[in-house]
Design a protein around this ligand. Sequence first.
Ligand code: COA
Length: 164
Amino acid sequence: MNLPPYQNFPELSSDTLILRKIVEGDIESLVEISFYNALPALTVEDAAEMQERINLDYQNGSSIHWGIADKKSNNIMGTVGYYRGFKNGSGELGCVLKPEFQGKGLMTEAMKLAIKFGINEMKLRKIGAITSGENKPAIQLLKRLSFVKIRDLDDDEVEYVFVK
Ligand SMILES: CC(C)(COP(=O)(O)OP(=O)(O)OC[C@H]1O[C@@H](n2cnc3c(N)ncnc32)[C@H](O)[C@@H]1OP(=O)(O)O)[C@@H](O)C(=O)NCCC(=O)NCCS
């Protein structure tokens, strides 16, 4: 296993996207998609505080959170990462896109980068994702990426796992 934190924060890129570290100048544009423990940020201050907690989680080795940036403008369009620890070599992916960037295949591309990094670099043995059973876009995304449903959880949540 090769788990966070790393000497240099890993930057991942495709033809159109860069997955990169979130910096102070990104926070304002991230308020509407900032969450911590499923609670949303309401202000820039909330989002900044959440980012600090996310940075601590990275330093403690329990998560890695990337900003999804447009390769040309470097503007952040969403976030993706592994959250809630790496128990038994498994990672749990989470992701969110700002509404204006949805429906273009961007998260499919970002998740592919995060999955590849999880398998090849972190050496994860299992990659999972949990979402609400009502969350059609998330379920469509997971299926498109070859995740399969493994079980129903409490509160109408469902657990999916990536199958190579
Ligand atoms: C889940 C979420 C990220 C999915 O976003 P999305 O935009 O539907 O996903 P993608 O960026 O991969 O885009 C897929 C859409 O673009 C279309 N698309 C266009 N070009 C595409 C391409 N080259 N590749 C894949 N899809 C493409 C697909 O047809 C699909 O549209 P459809 O749903 O109308 O069929 C988004 O709904 C979101 O942020 N939700 C809130 C947070 C959340 O629920 N997170 C999930 C936690 S697991």
